[in-house]
Design a binder for this molecule. Structure first.
Ligand code: HEM
Length: 125
């Protein structure tokens, strides 16, 4: 089932975890993002690993634990402005490099996350 997916191609769960670790390290230091995230990002990161696993074609771990993703709805409690979207994506761009995810996967992942991040915006600047 996971044959031929981005998830498999980049190295599976270990690589997703590396990416997520590199990402939340940046989120936790970003002045635009700190106000809306919890101080302890370990649980957020754990859920993100489950989500990205299934988002990139791996086992449906997020749904098993959390049910339907409904990502936009789950983000409504947080004010996600255009500049917060940009900050989120900037953290992700750097994390993709730190996690040593190579082309063409790096761009493919970033483009898919950009579409989702646009969809998550819910507050004007
Ligand atoms: C949770 C912010 C985009 C996936 C969260 C939380 C915040 C947040 C504040 C709650 C953290 C917590 O309480 O643990 C943002 C901002 C974004 C953004 C500012 C900028 C556009 C995205 C995107 C994705 C995503 C693009 C997926 C591709 C998730 C997941 C969770 C989450 C999986 C955990 C949901 C759960 O509790 O089950 N996000 N997010 N987010 N976000 Fe985002």
């Amino acid at each position: 089932i996971t044959h031929g997916t981005i998830y498999e191609a980049i190295g599976g769960f270990d690589t997703i975890n590396k990416l997520v670790h590199a990402f939340y390290k940046r989120v936790g230091n970003h002045p635009k993002l700190i106000p809306i995230f919890p101080d302890d990002l370990s649980e957020t990161a754990r859920k993100q690993s489950l989500f990205l696993t299934q988002f990139f074609g791996g086992p449906r771990l997020y749904e098993e634990e959390r049910g339907h993703p409904m990502m936009r709805r789950r983000h409504l409690p947080f004010e996600i402005t255009p500049s917060r979207r940009d900050a989120w994506l900037a953290c992700m761009a750097e994390a993709l490099i730190e996690a040593e995810i190579e082309e063409p996967y790096r761009t493919a992942i970033f483009e898919k996350l950009t579409l989702t991040a646009n969809h998550m915006m819910n507050t004007p600047e």
